[in-house]
Design a protein around this ligand. Structure first.
Ligand SMILES: [Zn+2]
Length: 59
């Protein structure tokens, strides 16, 4: 599994963790979360790049 912590993208008070079988699935969930929780209608390219770089492997 792949996992992305919202905290690692700079949202220090957010405990959200997106998980998926691959990076695209994780980014899809993260995008939905960013929209509903952080009022980001779309994820800017620099944020997406950062997010992809901090996705980690989990078991
Ligand atoms: Zn968040």
């Amino acid at each position: 599994m792949r996992e992305l912590r919202c905290q690692d993208v700079g949202q220090q008070d957010c405990k959200f963790v997106a998980q998926g079988k691959d990076d695209n699935e994780v980014m899809q969930k993260a995008a939905q979360h960013a929209k509903s929780a952080h009022n980001m209608a779309t994820i800017p390219p620099d944020v997406e790049k950062k997010a992809r770089s901090v996705i980690r492997e989990t078991r």
